[in-house]
Write a protein that binds this ligand. Structure first.
Ligand code: CMC
Length: 429
């Protein structure tokens, strides 16, 4: 079968560029040699039509609301498995057998403690530090504590670093919360599952027994599964770009955490809750809807819309159900914030402006409400997203390092500044 090509005609020059096909999804035109052959770059800020890498981990069909990890639909993973099973799948490419799962759970659990000196590191932060600021710093600092897993050319060290990332980021996130509220750090407890252990590290205090609520633990585990990976989003692309330089994995994941913090990405769940609080009551919704539609007002309805999902977000569907399970378990019915959220959801699903632009409530809309009901402060929301996404970042980083033709990421630009000119001495300006 002859290889397919696409023809680019630029001025008088026509060149053939190879077309590559994935397993599913749109074909791509490989334009790697375009500059060599035509002296022209392509221009695609925001990567609207540009694939930045080849990957076997996650596939999204935004038009049809499909999210697959290693081929498995997110709905099935969230319904039947747990977060550590999804972690195993993302890292190794296959679902684990019972023995492999038990071994993986054991190994992750045994990596959850952080070096004791990290405690002194924490004391350098102000008490009111945002947990994401603490995470960016502390995850980057892990490279200073775990020298035996920073040699990226050693497959064993890469896997140890991956395990450490999945196991220790939750501990650091819980410590950031405890430090924030002035309570003592709670050490991980090895006989608990991943989500229950996280709840305990956040909400237990030394003076009384902490009983994990299984409905909340299951809901949190689901939030972790739903956020585990999402192909080449901004933070994952940041991790890959940082990793392409050969930087150690802890530094790369710290870069990913920084990118996740932004309100257009992982920061949306926090901003969404703050927006619901600002709206305050159902009567005030129309004025905020009017602002969201006003082209001269930068205000956007946070928790609505998605760059890729243009019909529905499959994660939001699952999260919607989980959200209601948590609210029922906690007996939350007459919460003004919830009333605002439900009315906003109703409007967005019926209003022409939102329908035309395909702006649906996204996963952060429901996860924000759920996390608030569980007792997490809004400042922790993005940190929880980072906990969940650690595995996606590290799996994508590993895949990139293991790619034989991997190159440093180095985008081109369209320069629109001054052309060359001569320096004028300061006295003559
Ligand atoms: N509220 C009001 N109008 C909106 C919104 C919104 N949330 N999102 C998009 N629009 C409008 C936008 O003004 C534009 O209208 P027009 O065509 O009349 O100019 C149209 O919809 C298309 O917007 P866009 O900016 O081209 O869409 P995008 O794909 O670049 O942006 C987005 C995607 C997620 C950044 C954006 O929808 C947004 O800012 N949403 C709120 C933030 C949010 O909830 N982010 C979390 C995303 S899910 C978590 C994750 O995966 O990271």
């Amino acid at each position: 079968m002859s290889a397919r090509t696409g023809t680019f005609t630029i001025g008088d020059t026509s060149v053939e560029m190879p077309i590559k096909s994935g397993t599913i999804g749109p074909d791509v035109v490989d334009i790697g040699k375009l500059y060599d052959r035509t002296g022209t770059f392509t221009f695609d800020p925001g990567f609207l039509s540009t694939a930045s890498c080849e990957s076997k981990i996650t596939y999204i069909d935004g038009d049809n609301g499909i999210l697959l990890h290693r081929g498995f639909p997110i709905e099935q993973l969230a319904e039947h498995g747990d977060y550590l099973e999804t972690c195993y799948l993302l890292l190794y490419g296959e679902l684990p057998t019972a023995t492999q799962k038990a071994d993986f759970d054991y190994r992750i659990t045994r990596h959850t403690m952080v070096h004791d000196q990290m405690h002194s590191f924490f004391r350098g932060f102000r008490r009111d530090a945002h947990p994401m600021a603490v995470l960016v710093g502390c995850v980057g600092a892990l490279a200073a504590f775990y020298h035996d897993s920073t040699d990226i050319s050693d497959p064993h060290q890469r896997m140890v670093a991956s395990m450490r990332m999945i196991a220790k980021i939750p501990t650091l996130a819980a410590m950031a919360y405890k430090y924030n509220i002035g309570q003592p750090f709670v050490y991980p407890k090895n006989d608990l599952d991943f989500a229950s252990n996280f709840l305990r590290m956040c909400f237990a205090v030394p003076c009384e027994e902490y009983k994990v609520n299984p409905v909340l633990a299951r809901a949190l585990d689901r939030i972790f599964i739903l956020h585990a990976d999402h192909e080449q989003n901004a933070s994952t692309s940041t991790v890959r770009l940082a990793g392409s330089t050969g930087a150690n994995p802890f530094a790369c994941i710290a870069a990913g955490i920084a990118a996740l913090w932004g309100p257009a990405h992982g920061g949306a769940n926090e901003i969404c809750l703050r927006m619901l609080m600002e709206i305050g009551s159902v009567e005030r919704i129309p004025q905020f809807i009017a602002r969201a539609k006003d082209k001269n007002d930068p205000f956007r309805l946070m928790g609505f819309g998605h760059r890729v999902y243009k019909n529905f977000d499959p994660r939001a569907k699952i999260m919607h159900k989980t959200c209601h399970e948590v609210l029922a378990e906690l007996g939350i019915k007459d919460d003004p914030l919830l009333d605002v959220a439900m009315e906003l959801e109703r409007i967005a699903l019926h209003d022409e402006y939102f329908i035309e632009r395909k702006l649906y409530p996204n996963v952060d809309f429901y996860s924000g409400i759920t996390l608030k009901a569980m007792g997490f402060p809004t400042t922790m929301f993005t940190a929880l997203f980072a906990v969940a996404r650690s595995v996606g970042w590290i799996a994508q980083w590993k895949e990139m390092i293991e790619e034989p033709n991997q190159k440093i990421g180095r985008p081109r630009q369209l320069y629109t500044g001054e052309a060359q000119r001569d320096y004028t001495p300061i006295g003559k300006r």
